[in-house]
Design a protein around this ligand. Structure first.
Ligand code: SAM
Length: 427
């Protein structure tokens, strides 16, 4: 049996059925496979199927009367994807291999798998009619229809089309540690090594070919951090005093905030093992003005009442803004999950607000783009807390969507992943 297909199926099954993280499952398998196995092919199949999950679902559904079991559906999506996008497995060999694999899953289904696979390899994907705009955009750009429906309640079709079709830079966004190297010297070394890069918003941020960077001694100067994550820290404006990061793991923002020696960062997370991640990350970056707490941000901790100059709530969210980086974010998610998350986000914000000093700043951020987890949470909070008011933010060079001083990073406007920031001041 083709080992690349077998391993790809195992990973996809863990991600789709058992809800495991794709990066973790993939790494586990790639570290343990025999030398002869082509790991690039496995990566391509796994990411390809996940990145086109909705499109493939639609394609397969054209050839089946009733939806097969999820295990068989994964196999059919693999056939559909591999036959269109993976060179090196001839179509009929592909069908034979998938049929063999299906026998080890449910041998009664192998005839069905054989028949549908043959149709899939000999057909092209025909998109739904443009008259059904939600379905059309969903299938063409692999965005869930329910997300498109929510977006269309706020924006017109043109905007939503631009948003769901936006392609983002494939290079990795990094922050250069200017304390260790001047940016000009860092760039010179990239040029010498022939490593591709492009400028980003700040002088100390770049998009680089990270795979090439990994093999060099330049890694010591680099922190991988998305642009919205850097922007939210800069916008917070924590110049001095005490900063509370209520949901801090794995630590990207807390450690960046602590690069300012005039602040002390209290980095918290509800999960002790995730607090360890922040501790490790801070240690590896040589940051010392940071304290660590395993703390549930929805539960009041009286010693912290009115204590902080700045409180950042970078809350857990549906991650819908980062689907380009994490192709599994759309799996097993619905509008009701978003609504449940909004309840938790509100609870975190409401409790954390108590820790802000008079005149201090409370900042809320998510990496999602739907109002349910963003504007709606803030609007409800402000209605119930008249002692807080939104403050405008302005990030030169970044085209943020400003909704009454609540700011969404829509990829089609910012060229970044989706994100949201609301910065409030306690009166
Ligand atoms: C979006 S992530 C934070 C990312 C982080 N700010 C960074 O820049 O690396 C959200 C975090 O909130 C944590 N979390 C979830 N519920 C929480 C709660 N009730 N209190 C505190 N942390 C919570 C999760 O464990 C997760 O690590």
């Amino acid at each position: 049996m083709n080992k690349e297909l077998k391993y790809s199926y195992a990973i996809l099954h863990s991600v789709i059925v058992d809800k495991s993280y794709v990066s973790i499952e993939l790494n586990k398998v790639l570290e343990s496979v025999e030398k002869s196995v082509n790991t690039a092919t496995i990566t391509k199949i796994v990411y390809g199927v996940l990145e086109h999950d909705i499109t493939l679902d639609y394609f397969v559904s054209q050839f089946v009367k009733k939806s097969p079991s999820i295990d068989i559906m994964i196999l059919l999506k693999m056939v559909a994807y591999c036959s269109k996008a993976v060179n090196g497995i001839p179509p009929f060999a592909l069908v034979n291999e998938i049929v063999d694999l299906s026998k080890s899953i449910d041998r009664h289904q192998s005839g069905f798998v054989n028949a549908v696979s043959k149709k899939l390899i000999s057909s092209e994907i025909v998109l739904p009619s443009k008259s059904n705009v939600k379905k059309y955009l969903s299938v063409k750009y692999n965005f869930p229809e329910w997300v498109i429906s929510e977006l269309l309640q706020k924006h017109d079709v043109e905007f939503v089309t631009a948003l769901v079709s936006k392609e983002l830079p494939t290079l990795t966004h990094i922050r250069i540690n200017e304390k260790k190297i001047p940016v000009a010297d860092f760039k010179k070394q990239l040029d010498t090594l022939g490593i591709k890069y492009t400028d980003s918003l700040y002088g100390y941020t770049l998009y680089v070919d990270y795979a090439r960077l990994l093999d060099t001694n330049l890694m010591q100067y680099v922190i991988v951090q998305g642009l919205p994550s850097i922007v939210t820290c800069n916008v917070l404006g924590a110049e001095k005093g005490k900063v509370l990061d209520t949901c801090a793991a794995p630590g990207g923002k807390a450690v960046y905030l602590a690069s300012n020696p005039d602040v002390v960062v209290y980095a918290c997370d509800i999960h002790p093992h995730r607090v360890d991640l922040i501790r490790k990350y801070a240690g590896s970056c040589g940051v010392t003005n940071i304290k660590f707490f395993a703390q549930d941000a929805t539960k009041e901790y009286t010693p912290w009442l009115d204590l902080f100059d700045y409180v950042l709530c970078d809350v857990p969210c549906s991650n819908l803004g980062v689907s380009r980086k994490k192709p599994d974010v759309f799996l097993n998610k619905s509008l009701s999950d978003v609504k449940t998350l909004a309840g938790m986000q509100y609870a975190i914000l409401e409790n954390s607000a108590k820790y802000v000093k008079s005149g201090g700043v409370l900042q809320y951020s998510t990496c999602t783009i739907l109002d349910n987890e963003n504007k709606d949470v803030i609007t409800k909070f402000l209605k119930n807390h008249k002692d807080f008011e939104l403050t405008p933010i302005n990030v030169a060079g970044l085209n943020l969507y400003n909704d009454n001083n609540m700011y969404t990073f829509y990829p089609n406007m910012t060229g970044t992943e989706g994100f949201f920031i609301a910065r409030m001041k306690r009166k």
